[in-house]
Write a protein that binds this ligand. Structure first.
Ligand SMILES: *Cc1c(COP(=O)(O)O)cnc(C)c1O
Length: 394
């Protein structure tokens, strides 16, 4: 009763009231006109969100389902793909590809770093058997932003398809699919889109649709070709996730209200707030460069028990943050600033972090960190749009 629970996690994220009310509506029938009208409106908005003229398919599954659908619909078993791996979700691309019987070549970067676009280009040039590149835009396990724009500049001139997991990036930082030349862009509902988990969205380029037409269906449930036929009628292949679509209609209307640029500007400002706050707390940023706009990771002081720290922040201050995975468990904290999160939530998170660090000992506590963080936020938000980097790679 003392605290509100605040989710500063990289999914699920908090939901706006408008979205929660839309989710609470009674059923519509998914094959009748009223629902089709909503589907068509949602489709027009999704194309703006994805920056594509193509069809964006809503799929009833979590984000990993859309990753699975992409791999199964775009590649023949035995075909070779290049997986960019610099964290947990890069590894997942490799696992999914192997489960489809693909030949997986892995291009790795240390966790916390982005892949060099040149390394991708060299790999493609040296191995003509590679049929596609699988990458994350934002690698959520570390908080890194991979140089998808630069990778696309290379793949679009070649025959390889570029498949991008934008699950923790779409609606958070720019990723105009058609303009950059991405062949498959996918996301999930519970990260940047201010929705509950359970809905994924996926779009293909023209040449990816051609390839999909050539690949025999890899599984019964994910059939993107049939899915597109239905979406064009305002339906989905199987029973639609009616409430999630109603919620999506509402969240897209919020996201597009002042244009996507305004959404990205807010995310950029929240990123500046968090990064400045982390540094002012005396912690080291885990991603010094090429950082995502929806999540910030910080290294904890040596000897600090990160698991205990997160438990304290949650139980005493109501702030839920994420820790590290695998070898980073207990060593980093990941602060999500995505979904329905604003400056006040992140400020509360920084306060809880400062207090919890001090209470666990060996850390004297910072001063003025909130002032510094909020000043960075204001500066970033009021900056001319040109100051917000559209380029993802430095
Ligand atoms: C969250 C996330 C996933 C997994 O999504 P699920 O909805 O849990 O299946 C995959 N990739 C990235 C980059 C993510 O952030």
């Amino acid at each position: 009763m003392l605290n509100k629970t605040r989710l500063l996690t990289p999914g699920p994220t908090p939901l706006p009231e408008q979205v929660r009310l839309a989710l609470a509506r009674d059923m519509l029938h998914h094959r009748k006109n009223e629902f089709a009208t909503i589907m068509h409106r949602v489709q027009a908005r999704l194309r703006i969100l994805f920056g594509t003229e193509g069809t964006v398919l809503p799929l009833s599954c979590s984000g990993t389902g859309a990753m699975t659908a992409a791999v199964h619909c775009l590649f023949h078993p035995g075909e070779k793909v290049l997986v960019v791996e610099a964290g947990k979700f890069g590894q997942r691309w490799g696992e999914i590809a192997k489960s489809r019987g693909l030949d997986v070549a892995t291009l790795s970067a240390p966790w916390g770093q982005a892949i060099q676009p040149k390394a991708v280009e060299d790999a493609l040039k040296s191995d003509p058997a590679i049929a596609g590149v699988l990458v994350q835009l934002s690698e959520t396990s570390t908080g890194v932003l991979h140089p998808v724009r630069e990778i696309a500049a290379c793949t679009r001139k070649r025959s390889q398809l570029l498949v991008v997991d934008g699950i923790s990036a779409v609606g958070l930082s720019p990723c105009p699919m058609d303009e950059w030349g991405i062949d498959c862009l996918l996301t999930g509902s519970q990260k940047g889109l201010m929705l509950p988990p359970g809905l994924a969205l996926l779009a293909l380029s023209e040449r990816a649709w051609k390839k999909a037409a050539d690949v025999p269906p890899g599984c019964f449930y994910f059939n993107l070709i049939k899915e597109r036929v239905n979406v064009e009628k305002g339906q989905t292949l199987f029973t639609s996730p009616v409430n999630l679509i109603l919620g999506l209609d509402e969240s897209l209307s919020m996201l597009l209200e002042n244009g996507l640029e305004a959404v990205y500007a807010k995310q950029w400002a929240l990123t500046m707030l968090t990064r400045t706050g982390i540094t002012a707390l005396g912690l080291r940023l885990f991603t010094p460069q090429n950082f995502a706009w929806g999540i910030t990771s910080a290294l904890l002081p040596d000897g600090m028990n990160g698991v205990q720290l997160l438990r304290l922040a949650m139980e005493k201050y109501g702030i839920v943050m994420a820790g590290g995975q695998d070898h980073l468990k207990g060593r980093i904290v990941r602060i999500g600033h995505m979904g329905w999160v604003d400056w006040a939530d992140v400020t509360a998170g920084l306060y809880a972090l400062n207090r919890s660090l001090a209470e666990l000992g060996g850390y004297s506590g910072a001063r003025d960190y909130l002032e510094q963080a909020l000043a960075a936020y204001t500066t970033a938000l009021n900056g001319v749009p040109g100051q917000m980097p559209l380029l993802t790679h430095s």
